[in-house]
Design a protein. Structure first.
Length: 140
């Protein structure tokens, strides 16, 4: 029996189908990379901040959409960084809009880099590899 490393991922997107697709695809690809993924879900930035506050110690990685109601991804990442200053090293943006003001602002605030900005439709193998590299680097 293969022992898989547990990884907890918070997925934030206002489209339920996008959350489900991301969970399904990443679960399979991360499993192939030796991870047992558990997903937590939020449908807007405000919910993401509340969920991160509640689960801070458990969350290994965050996947954030940028355009959402109530609180956008940029604003949510600013708030989450107040709870966990390591957040820039364990986040990926997954957005249908490749470059928006929110994404540029997030890059300027060092919340994300161009390396962890993944446009939709997503290459889930590339995203999973990025997650693996990031989680492996931060858990050493």
């Amino acid at each position: 029996m293969i022992r898989r490393k547990r990884i907890n991922i918070l997925i934030v997107d206002d489209a339920d189908y996008s959350i489900q697709l991301t969970c399904d695809c990443l679960h399979e690809v991360l499993s192939d990379l030796g991870f047992n993924a558990k997903f937590y879900k939020a449908t807007n930035g405000l919910e993401a901040v509340e969920k991160y506050r509640e689960l801070n110690e458990k969350i290994d990685f965050v996947i954030m959409d940028m355009i959402m109601p109530k609180m956008n991804g940029y604003e949510a990442l600013l708030e989450i960084r107040k709870l966990d200053d390591s957040i820039p090293s364990k986040v990926a943006v997954l957005s249908a809009h490749v470059i928006t003001k929110n994404i540029k602002d997030a890059i300027n605030e060092h919340l994300i880099t161009e390396e962890n900005n993944f446009p939709k439709p997503c290459d889930f193998e590339k995203l999973a590899s990025y997650i693996k590299e990031t989680v492996s680097a931060t858990s050493k």
